[in-house]
Design a protein around this ligand. Structure first.
Ligand SMILES: CC(C)(COP(=O)(O)OP(=O)(O)OC[C@H]1O[C@@H](n2cnc3c(N)ncnc32)[C@H](O)[C@@H]1OP(=O)(O)O)[C@@H](O)C(=O)NCCC(=O)NCCS
Length: 163
């Protein structure tokens, strides 16, 4: 199956929500609202980057990049990341994250921080730091790629992630 990555365009909104819902369906760690997050970020003007993976015209994956803070420093976060269940394990999720990190690097921010499975993100260069906290608490799921300075401090994601 051939697939490629392109930027979100008009008309992608519903397929992005659909692929996100399908990817997270039944996952023990899912909050159940992941499919709403791309639209909420878009509506808030916080969707810094929205990439889709497409096979033909079908959207089979998505990644969002949005602003975050580490302490007082401006960083970016990646998420949600979704690949449709029929298309997982083919390198699409890794490619989406790698592209988002590459774009993030051009934004002149401190780096990219996220909450996710270290088994997946660790292989893409994300590193856990005990110096990172979220709402005052450390977590093994907090990981970062620092572009400038160190990943140290409390992480603040866009408020839509707390809704
Ligand atoms: C996580 C996700 C985006 C990865 O996309 P993908 O296209 O399947 O990923 P890739 O094919 O690039 O995977 C690369 C490797 O990571 C592994 N991997 C995928 N998801 C993983 C996970 N959650 N934990 C550990 N390893 C994982 C794959 O098995 C693969 O390993 P392999 O090359 O040895 O076979 C996708 O599985 C997905 O949508 N999952 C449900 C939603 C989700 O969990 N999103 C991320 C939230 S943090």
């Amino acid at each position: 199956m051939k697939w490629k990555i392109r930027q979100e365009q008009d008309g992608d909104e519903t397929p992005i929500a659909d692929v996100t819902r399908a990817a997270f369906a039944g996952k023990a760690y899912a909050d159940g609202n992941e499919d709403e997050l791309p639209a909420k970020l878009r509506d808030a003007g916080a969707l810094v980057l929205s990439l889709v993976a497409v096979a033909g015209k079908k959207i089979i994956g998505h990644v969002a990049l949005s602003p975050a803070k580490v302490g007082d420093a401006k960083w970016l976060t990646i998420g949600p990341v979704s690949v449709g269940p029929d298309h997982q394990g083919k390198g699409i999720g890794s490619a989406l994250v790698n592209h988002a990190v590459a774009v993030a690097q051009a934004y002149g921010r401190g780096g990219v921080v996220l909450t996710g499975d270290p088994a997946f993100y660790g292989r893409l260069g994300f590193v856990h730091s005990d110096a990172l906290t979220h709402q005052g608490k450390p977590s093994r799921h907090l990981q970062a790629i620092a572009f400038d300075g160190e990943a140290t401090g409390d992480v603040e994601f866009h408020p839509v992630f707390n809704e």
